[in-house]
Design a binder for this molecule. Sequence first.
Ligand code: GDP
Length: 203
Amino acid sequence: MKIHSAEFELSSPKLEGCPRWALPEFAFIGRSNVGKSSLINLLADRRELALVSDTPGKTKLINFYVMNGRWSLVDLPGYGYAHVGKKQREAFNDAVAEFLSERRNLARVFVLIDSRLPPQAIDLEFLQWMEKCRAPYALVFTKADKQSATQTQAGVAVFLKSVAAWRKDPPEYFLTSARTGSGRQDILGCIERVLGERNRATG
Ligand code: GDP
């Protein structure tokens, strides 16, 4: 898929303020600093569509972008902030939880995982929760350029083994690097495929 246009639509702190439209939505979420903003900019082929920052917890809103006029990229607030108070963290997780479990036009959630780290409890807990709310998701292993392909593959295998504890079929997954651009077309190809499936389903 080629990206011809990427336009910011709006930001909302909660589900009520989200756009009322029928566009299929593809959401991106992960622990702060996992490389989400960098990946979104890579996918959109824009340097600053999403803000890349070294300050964890800066993005607390649900951000909507319209891609090629036919699907929406949703930048969800990351989880696992060290720097926000407990109250704020809870309110903000509520909004994300509501979005993920209730949003009708949510076509896929891409859950970002840092490929260099051993499985993190917070990521596994989040994925278990996703399973319960039946949100369709795929995994995106980020920062693959930071180590050898063999190391990345080994890390992915360990991660998938953890997920297999509660899920029979392994989730679809992608290896990416915002630095080299690897994995970009794989994710866009997945989005194209899901859009096609939805079109066929709605007729
Ligand atoms: P976010 O907090 O999840 O949005 O993460 P950012 O996109 O802001 O990235 C966090 C840090 O990781 C920044 O310093 C980025 O430059 C760096 N980073 C992000 N993606 C990659 C990648 O694919 N490779 C490398 N080497 N660094 C990355």
